[in-house]
Design a protein around this ligand. Structure first.
Ligand code: HEC
Ligand code: HEC
Ligand code: HEC
Ligand code: HEC
Ligand code: HEC
Ligand code: HEC
Length: 457
């Protein structure tokens, strides 16, 4: 376990040019900035955000975070990598189109990177449960000692954060209906909290990702054939996170060879989703295979199957959705009526089916549940606009961009609404802001050019 969220990040000034997206980044001691150059070499599309927090122990990478004045956390596009002692794009950003300054650190990121919903370093409670009683009167029995749990329950304390089958591309897990994010308690069975999914055929693939220690270990023969005895703490000290000496010979009492077992059987490799760093492959193998991480990506749409947990038909159908499906969303909401993200998905799907009234109803409910959800606000406004209620749409979009000024889509929709109301100067300003937020937005550029052509010169 690292400490993950760090409230006092220290930054080394530096610069980084990202060729794929043609952006220049500067890191100063307290902020991160970006610009591009126009044909004449003049800086355009400037953006700057202060650095408020950092994520990561620094053993591999440190990613910086900006807290907006509305209290949202945004992941910043450039990270620091220990391997090169320098800056490069953050994990997942090394492509032509990336989220730049717009990726929100959600509560689900914080579940693994923070003690709780308010960003703070991970503390004793995540592995030992409530510590109040023990603090007041330190004695045996009034605090959870993971060593006394069944090995699987102990393993799952670590897996709550260290099990992820795929960081992008599929629904890799689903919380059980009614389970709030921070409701997992150490010692309870992990499958009661979450279901996990993986691509069919993934086990035959050598893909390794940054957070794959649990995923790969669970596929190793050492784990599978040691009768449930192997946990993370078989090798790791849970507090110092270091690997115990002679970890392997606990079981391989008469190894075929002396020496560095780990160097041969658990080599470090570049993970597919963060190629600037190297992690230990926990799928312990006789002859580990090194593949090119960039070519490990999945192509096509393999079906999704259970991993580690056993799911029900509806959850599996939900995880397998390639296209929005209103029937499945509705069935899911019948079982989990307060699931706000599914409501938003249903609302979007209904908009696509040209059912704006029904969409407006479900999106309105989502907004009442979570008034800060800018996606919900944005699509609610769209449902009003397509019914011709532009004033109503404007009102909602103004709320959305006040709540989240970095939401490009809401900004573009605000421009479209201003256009519909004949307010061309305001529309132009909206599209220009959208381009500054997201220089690769073709939609914002097209619409800006459209307005420019119609404006009197
Ligand atoms: C609340 C989430 C959480 C739990 C629970 C957790 N970890 Fe971690 N662990 C992390 C994160 C996040 C990192 C990445 C480093 C960082 O960001 O500080 C990490 C890093 C590590 C590291 C690498 C050390 C480093 O500093 O890079 C080891 C080893 C580790 N964890 C082992 C464990 C073991 C063993 C358990 C169970 C006893 C466990 N972790 C439980 C979140 C967690
Ligand atoms: C299921 C738990 C989990 C979730 C969800 C999760 N992470 Fe992580 N993340 C980890 C762990 C564990 C590591 C460290 C992996 C290791 O050292 O083996 C990590 C590594 C990272 C790193 C590399 C820096 C480092 O600590 O080495 C970044 C950056 C990061 N995560 C950001 C995010 C963001 C942003 C989100 C939300 C979009 C997110 N993570 C969601 C568990 C998680
Ligand atoms: C990442 C999970 C994790 C975190 C965080 C954590 N512990 Fe532990 N702790 C464990 C595990 C697992 C064991 C059982 C060790 C074993 O299997 O030998 C343990 C054992 C202990 C023990 C029993 C004695 C021992 O060392 O074996 C004490 C005392 C303890 N922890 C105190 C703390 C305190 C105090 C904190 C907060 C500062 C803390 N732990 C944070 C996982 C954790
Ligand atoms: C909890 C017990 C346990 C520990 C600890 C353990 N292993 Fe294993 N390992 C096994 C079992 C059981 C098997 C399968 C039967 C066999 O080959 O002995 C196995 C198999 C293997 C294999 C063959 C893998 C294959 O796919 O054919 C290798 C290589 C291996 N272990 C190396 C290691 C190394 C290196 C370590 C330390 C980093 C280690 N093991 C730690 C129990 C363990
Ligand atoms: C068989 C021994 C063994 C087991 C079991 C094991 N690890 Fe590791 N782990 C290692 C070794 C060896 C390293 C590399 C240590 C180093 O480089 O100092 C490592 C490194 C790590 C790191 C640091 C980042 C990296 O990939 O280099 C994390 C995080 C981690 N392990 C998490 C876990 C978690 C979580 C579990 C349980 C799901 C686990 N490990 C089980 C042996 C083990
Ligand atoms: C120089 C690299 C190297 C080192 C060091 C090494 N191994 Fe291996 N090991 C291999 C290779 C290669 C194989 C495949 C079988 C073969 O060709 O001997 C293997 C096979 C194995 C197997 C499966 C076959 C068997 O004999 O059961 C286990 C288990 C194993 N090693 C454990 C260990 C342990 C434990 C250590 C450390 C004490 C260790 N190895 C050190 C390279 C190494």
């Amino acid at each position: 376990m690292g400490r993950s969220v760090n409230e006092r990040p220290v930054l080394t000034p530096g610069t980084f040019y990202h060729r794929l997206s043609n952006r220049y980044y500067q890191v100063t001691s307290g902020a991160m900035a970006r610009h591009q150059l126009d044909a004449g070499g003049h800086p355009i599309n400037p953006m700057e955000k202060s650095v408020t927090l950092a994520i990561g122990s620094g053993n591999h990478a440190i990613t910086y975070v900006h807290r907006t004045s509305q209290g949202r956390l945004l992941e910043l596009p450039v990270s620091w990598y220990a391997k090169t002692s320098g800056y490069a794009m953050s994990p997942g950003y090394d492509r032509a189109e990336h989220l730049d300054f717009r990726r929100e650190i959600s509560a689900s990121c914080l579940f693994c990177h923070s003690a709780g919903a308010e960003p703070a370093a991970i503390d004793c409670r995540r592995c030992h449960g409530a510590v109040q009683a023990h603090r007041q009167r330190p004695q045996r029995g009034n605090i959870l000692n993971p060593a006394r749990l069944a090995p699987q329950r102990q393993l799952e304390i670590c897996l709550q954060c260290h099990l992820e089958t795929a960081s992008q591309g599929i629904t890799d897990s689903l919380r059980r209906p009614g389970r709030a994010i921070f409701s997992f308690r150490p010692g309870e069975p992990l499958p009661d909290y979450k279901l996990y999914f993986d691509r069919q055929g993934a086990k035959a693939n050598d893909r390794m990702e940054i957070n794959h220690a649990g995923y790969r270990l669970l596929q190793s023969r050492c784990y599978l054939e040691s009768g449930g005895r192997m946990t993370c703490t078989t090798c790791h000290d849970p507090h110092a996170a270091i690997v115990r000496k002679n970890a392997c010979v606990q079981c391989h009492t008469r190894p075929h060879r002396e020496g560095d077992c780990v160097g041969c059987h658990m080599p470090k490799r570049a993970p597919a989703d963060a190629i600037h760093t190297e992690m230990t492959d926990h799928k312990i193998a006789q002859r580990p295979r090194f593949t090119n991480p960039i070519r490990e990506d999945f192509v096509g749409a393999e079906p999704v199957v259970d991993f580690y947990t056993k799911s029900d038909r509806l959850s599996l159908a939900f995880a397998n959705l390639q296209e929005p499906d209103t029937d499945i969303y509705r069935a899911y909401l019948t079982r989990d009526p307060q699931n706000e993200p599914v409501m938003v998905a249903l609302g979007k799907a209904l908009l696509r089916l040209n059912q704006p009234r029904a969409a407006g109803e479900v999106l309105g409910k989502a907004v009442r549940l979570n008034p800060r959800d800018t996606d919900a606000l944005n699509y609610l406004a769209v449902s009003e606009a397509v019914q011709g209620n532009h004033r109503k749409a404007l009102e909602i979009l103004v709320k959305a961009v006040a709540e989240n000024p970095d939401h490009t889509l809401a900004r573009i929709n605000l421009g479209i609404t201003h256009e519909a109301l004949g307010e061309m100067a305001a529309a132009l300003a909206d599209y220009e802001e959208a381009i500054r937020l997201q220089p690769d937005s073709a939609e914002a550029r097209l619409r800006r050019n459209g307005v420019l052509q119609r404006l009197p010169r």
